[in-house]
Design a protein around this ligand. Sequence first.
Ligand code: AMP
Length: 207
Amino acid sequence: MNIVFLGAPGAGKGTQATKVCERMSIPHISTGDILRANIKSGTALGVQAKSFIDKGLLVPDELVIALVEDRLAQQDCAKGYALDGFPRTIEQAEALSKFATIDLAVNIAVDEDIVVDRIAGRRMCKCGESFHTSWYHSDKCDKCGSPLYQRDDDKEETVKARLEVYNKQTAPLIDFYNKQGVLKNVDGMQEMTKVFDDIMEIINDKH
Ligand code: AMP
């Protein structure tokens, strides 16, 4: 099954996509993670992407589309995958439809007011785990022991810019996938475990 995760920044897309992919043994493809890895290793793509990411803006469509097309062509995607953070514009969704078939789009719906708080308390680990200061009180990852850090673009001003970008450019995808008959909404204001259960129920119903 090929799944797309939709939702505002801070909706919990990354956390839920990670768990769903673990459960289903399919690759978790996060364009944000791939772009950050490119920035870290100093590739040409990373250099181009950094100035957009730092401002909370979207990286140009052609760069991310090429990146995803390449990734989906890899062997491990043959039995399904979950996309997290892609597509983010109608142009990206249209391009994606030319090289992939999306079976399910899970929209994790949250109130915007809580998103800024959620993101401000978010702490990441280099192993891919993420935590929140409201329930996690250590500065080290409980999975691998590495020190946790805050993403540069999780600062309040950048989060506001990212929300604006989401509303203008990404929210229209809800309608796009609804019209294709593959959209399912999940209440992202519930506890994380309940959100996960709801998503797995939708996936199992589809199987
Ligand atoms: P994320 O980790 O998904 O929140 O992505 C972090 C940042 O990476 C975003 O704010 C964008 O600047 C950039 N980015 C990630 N995915 C995309 C995409 N599909 N299109 C354009 N920019 C993206």
